[in-house]
Design a protein. Sequence first.
Length: 154
Amino acid sequence: MLSGQRLTSRARRTALEWRERIMKGTDLTPSEMKEFVRRHFEDFVNNRLADVIYQNMTSNFFDHDGPGGKPTDSKGDEQMMLGMYKAMPDLKLTIIEMVAEDDRVVCRNIWRWTDPSSGKKMQMHGFVLWRFEGAKIAERWATVTPPTEDHRAW
């Protein structure tokens, strides 16, 4: 561009959109990221496919709030879910709502299962924040309530 020339509004808009995509680290739209997270939860939790984590996460995936509240990687999260499958054979996760912006998705979830030893219906609630790089999840932060008895009618 020559000195003194101005960008057209379309060129300026295109440059801003390009910069925004580079800054946010993903080419996925907010709707695509939400659908990706929906599918991940469906497979990883409800369909009991723990190894899907290796398809859905980046090779350097970092979980800030892994098992026991300690940081971990994909392997640690896979091991956590394998343990949950055994301890909670009828575990189901329901996504209540999702919000996506830039390269992040936040979910509000309810985890429900039957305690095998007591037969009581149990639940815990949580929020998960996912950060995307490219078309995969690169980071996770989570907050989960302690398990409580679920008094609603199943």
